[in-house]
Every structure is written in C-alpha cells, then in structure tokens.
Design a binder for this molecule. Structure first.
Ligand code: DQA
Length: 153
C-alpha cells in the first residue's frame, strides 16, 4: 500500500503570510493554512507533515526525507520556484505525485514569475486560488493515491 503521508512544503517568506503584501497573498497566516490542511487531511485519511523554511537546503532535505516515507508532496516553493534547479533535482528523485501551489496567479504578475523550474516535475499546478490552492492540492494527491491503490488491487 502506498503511504498516506503527504509533505506540505513552503518556501521563503511564507512564514510572513498574512502580514506580507496582503493585497496579493491575503490575510490568512501560515498557521491558518496549516490548520485547514490538517482538517482536510483528517477528512481524506491523509497524514501530513507541514513545514516552512527560508533556506533552500532545508527544503531539499525535506524532499529527501519525503522520498523515503511519503506518498505525495504539495509544495509552494515561493521565490525558489523561479530560480532553483536544486529543488527541481530533488523533486526528480521523488517517485510519487507532486502538486505545485501558488497563492497568487503568477501568470498575471511580473514576467520572471512566469517560469517555474518546479513545473518541469510537478504533476499538477495550482495558481491564483488563494490559500485554498493547498486544499485543492491535497484533494488531488488523495485522488491520485486512490487511483494508484485501485491499480495495485
Ligand atoms: C508565490 C509566488 C512566487 O512568485 C513568490 O515568490 C512567492 C509566493 C505564491 O504563492 O503566489 O513567494 O509562490
């Protein structure tokens, strides 16, 4: 059976969610997002590990940890989306579903936000749905896990 454990990973500056440019990212804090993810995960029968770091190497280390134990990753890589080959390489070592989430619609913003290294690996990308995007990401991972479990019999 595939693991029902999902890592929800958040990149730089997301610790300031709710205080940081609320006209773009809204008023919800990362603690609010974590609470909502935990509530939905319980409903979907998922276990989650919810992490945030401003450090690229820490995010890479969590992806390596997920590799050993998790059945999916929901990730908002924040600014590293647009810069990090290291995070892309780490995600390429992970065999289960990866959903990339952006709170804002990056395609409506500056052109440097239109390119994502992570999208080269992600199985799905959610942008511009606010913090609800994390919940859509968890639902998608659960659905993909159900399909995989059915296939495995
Ligand atoms: C973001 C979009 C990125 O371009 C930005 O650097 C972020 C947050 C989002 O959630 O909309 O920090 O990933």
């Amino acid at each position: 059976m595939t693991s029902r454990l999902v890592f929800v990973l958040n990149g730089p500056n997301l610790n300031l969610l709710g205080k940081r440019q609320p006209h773009i990212y809204g008023h919800e804090t990362l603690a609010d997002v974590e609470r909502d993810c935990r509530a939905l995960a319980a409903e979907l029968g998922l276990e989650i590990r919810f992490h945030q770091s401003n450090a690229e190497h820490q995010l890479i280390d969590w992806i390596h940890e997920a590799r050993e134990i998790a059945g999916g990753i929901v990730m908002n890589p924040a600014a590293y989306t647009h810069t990090s080959v290291g995070i892309l390489d780490a995600l390429n070592t992970f065999d289960a579903p990866v959903i990339e989430v952006h709170i804002s619609n990056v395609h409506k913003r500056e052109s440097f936000r239109h390119h994502s290294y992570v999208s080269l690996r992600a199985d799905g990308v959610i942008a511009g749905c606010g913090t609800q995007g994390y919940l859509f990401g968890l639902r998608r991972i659960a659905a993909l896990m159900d399909v995989a479990a059915k296939k495995a019999g």
